[in-house]
Design a protein around this ligand. Sequence first.
Ligand SMILES: [Zn+2]
Length: 203
Amino acid sequence: MSTLPTDGSVRPMTRWGTDVMHHVNQPVTEFGEELHTLVADMVATMNAAEGVGLAANQVGVDLQVFVFNCPDKNGVYQSGVVCNPVLELPEGKDRQLDEGDEGCLSLPGAFTKCARPDFARVTGVDENGEPVSYEGDGLLARCLQHETDHTQGMVFGDRLSRKYKKRLFAEAEEFAADYPDDWPVSPMLNQDEHDHSDEGLNA
Ligand SMILES: [Zn+2]
């Protein structure tokens, strides 16, 4: 069951290359109306872009907060808001890598394999400053890692080999014209060519 707000406005998606995507964002210290509006707008933007997660810097805001609504390996959805996330990953013999496909709403249209641990736990606080903890496997594990990375100024391209990164940028270039500058405020063009439902993470 989702407790995410439903009254937000869609904001334009910030792209890779914009400064706020590539440095460690500011911790959240104020849990008032401004944060609540931001969180609601992030949820609206994530949904408009058909993503399963979104960080604040993806709408141009320099704050460590993300929202998600994402299924685990069994198709069970978890959703939430995490400010100041701290990631815990399995170590030693519990550490298994998942080679699933990954894409980023801030580099829309491009997907590639990205090896990550197949289980993750994130702790932090919600938009009211209350402690939260989420954990899981499958796409959810990938999503929690991808979003925490965003709050730390890292994009998944930073985790790829040169070869995969080059291929990823080539694919993004191919579809760039289909995404207006203010997407997803304005819808994408040629929508029928962009069914990413089987392509892995889109966040
Ligand atoms: Zn992303």
